[in-house]
Structure formats: structure tokens, C-alpha cells
Ligand binder design. Sequence first.
Ligand code: HEM
Length: 407
Amino acid sequence: RSAQELIRPQLPAELTEKRAGCPFDPATGLTELSGHGHVHRIEHNGDTVWLVTGHDEARAVLAEPKMSSDRINSPRARRLISPELHAELFPPERRAGSFIFMDAPEHTRYRKLLTGQFTVRRMRDLAPRVIEIVTAQLDAMIEKGAPADLVHDFALPVPSLVICELLGVDYGDREEFQRRTSKLLSLNTTVDEQIKNTTELRRFMQTLVRAKQANPGDDLLSGLVRDTDLNEDELVGIANLLLIAGHETTANMLALGTFALLEHPEEFTKLREHPELIDNAVEELLRYLSIISMGVARHATEDVVIGGAIIKAGETVVVSVPAVNRDESQYDDPHELRIDRPRGHHVAFGHGIHQCLGQQLARVEMAVGFTELLRRLPTLKLAVPADEVPLRTDMSIYGVHSLPVTW
Ligand code: HEM
């Protein structure tokens, strides 16, 4: 098992992998389970996992201080990983700055420092750069000519280049940055290769941090160097976290979102004819696609009652984002994609203290990305039958491996 698998609670395949006849629907077993209550005790491979499928219960879990995000030190991880292997997989310098796995008050300190950098002003200043990046990527794709792979030519490079802006990666280093990040996401890597890629990426980030320390600019990383007392390991950890959290997620939303619009031609046309619906459409795509398909995991540090169930100290809880975002008590016809649906409170970006730090940026990337794609390529269509599009059914972030398109 990979390090990720060791710290991620496992659920049976029928609750995670298979989509019920439609590439955008949650696993068949998950939809059936959601019809029988909102908090479910699942026994699988010797593990007990509490699976939360209801909206109110999901928010209760994610807002609960007794629910820990420290997956690396969860009782489950401590049981499965020997102390020696634990020390090797998660040395302190690799944990530094990775605040997505931390609890208050440690998490609070980092979150405050980062919120101070994710300012309205910086996000506003980034918007024109996002437009330029999207436009340049579309120009290149159109120039190369149809057919194209929308994942390779558009969905992967756009968020990668936006993160370059955020971190202040020099133009000369961007190709290398993209090569390294795409390696990180590739499917056919062994655990050894994964460790090698991650180590090399850390080295790249270390060089970047040192460059910002020597010569700070206007970017977020320079802001952290200038305004905080974070040490080098912490800065490298934060840069890595922003990359890992912000790249694969946004890329899959762009690609799977385009696939969903192509498979719902009336919604595609509606959005093309009414571009003012874009903000609403982005929220609906986030809800409908719920790409964090394996859900968000926590473990209880004390006994907690959620939806009438007693979750014992040490037990694992998984909030199923796909099930929660299709909770029938929250949405009319939850399994339908309607870009003009009134906005609800989806949990695609999580909830509570760990709610996605990059959500405003992700929204800008998606709004600009979909708007420009539909405006520039109004005749966009799939270049292969829909059932030949390779789905990321086996990955923790759902989406497509490639999306062959023509226009
Ligand atoms: C946290 C989803 C884009 C940075 C999260 C969480 C979710 C999420 C569900 C909560 C995890 C938890 O509670 O354990 C998404 C989706 C995205 C996206 C669906 C794209 C559509 C981004 C971007 C960035 C980013 C663009 C930054 C550039 C982060 C960070 C956290 C986070 C740093 C950890 C926050 C914390 O622990 O306080 N994201 N994200 N995300 N996200 Fe995003």
C-alpha cells in the first residue's frame, strides 16, 4: 500500500468506484445507502468507518472540534504503520507547514498567516492573469488544431500556471514546474517513483523559497517570507500544499465540468447564450460533480454524537461529498444538472475550519475557463463516444484522464 492508502480510510468499492450508468453520478451502492439514513457504520477489511451522507450531519462533523484532521497520527494510522515506517514516511520536515492535517491551535496559526496572504486584493490582481493564461492556452490549442486532449492542452496547464503566479515561479522555470507537477499526478508511478518525484519537487520548492528570501517580489510566497517568521521547511511545506491542493482539484473540475456540459447539450447552450449564469453554473458543477469522491476524513478524539449515532473516541468518519451534495432533503431532483438551479450550501469545498483556502481562486479559474472555452469554441464536441472517455474511477480525486475533443 502507498503512504496515501495507509492514511486514507478504505471503503468497499461499491461505495466509491462504480458510477450508476452515468459518469457523473455517485457509486450505485452509495446512492442506495443514502436512501437509508444519514450516518452509516461500515465494516470493511477489518476497519470500521462511519460514513456520513446527509447535509446537516456533514456540517456537524466538519464543525466539530472533537473531530481531528491529523490523519498521520490517527489511531488507525498508528495501528497500521509500524513506528519505524511512520518515522520514515512522515519525518518532521515533511510534515512542517502541511496544515490541512493539523488541528487547532496549530492549524489556526498557519491558517491566519495564509488568510493574511489570500487577500481580496491579491485575488483581484490575479484575475487578469487568469484571463491571460486561459486565453494563451486556448490560442495554442486552437492553433494546433482539432482534435485535442482538453486535459493535456487546457485543464492541467491552467491551474499549474495560476499556481506559478501565486508562488512567483519565474517564467524560465515554468516548463520545469509543469513537468514536475504533471509527473506528480500521473497514474503509472510506483511508490518509489512517487517518493523520488516528491523529493525532487521539494527540492524545487526549496530553491524557490531561497530565491524569495534573497529577492522577494509581489507573490504570495514572498509575502509569507516578508511578513512571517515561518522557517524554510514550513515555507516549502506550504508551497507544496498549495500546489497539491490547488492543481489536481481545479484541473479535474475544468475537464470533468466540460465533459458534463457536453453531455448536457441544453445546459451547454443555456450557458453559452447566457454567460451571466456562469457563477451559478460553477456552483452547480461543483455540487453535481463532487470530485472529492472519496470524501473528507476525520477521526474522533472523544465520543461524539452525530445524527443520533455515537461515534467513539478513535473511530474514523468519512464525510461523503458526492452523497451529501445530492441529499434529497436539500435539493429538488438532486441527480439533475441545472446550471440555473438556486444556489444551496454544497460541501464541495468542505466546511468548518479547513474549508478550502483557495476557493475564491478556484472559482475565478473555473468561471474564466468555462466562459472562454464556450465563447471561443461554440461548436465544441467529444471526438470519441462518451463511454470511451477514460474516467478516474480509481483516484481519490475524480475526473477524466483525458478528454478528446473537436470543434
Ligand atoms: C482544503 C476542495 C481548489 C487550497 C480543501 C478542502 C476541500 C477542497 C474539500 C477541505 C479538506 C478538509 O476539510 O480536510 C477543493 C476543490 C478545488 C480546490 C474542489 C477546486 C475546484 C483549491 C485551490 C487552492 C486550494 C485552487 C490553492 C491554490 C486548499 C488548502 C486547503 C484546502 C490550502 C487546506 C485548508 C485548511 O486545512 O485550512 N479544498 N479545493 N484548493 N484547499 Fe482546496
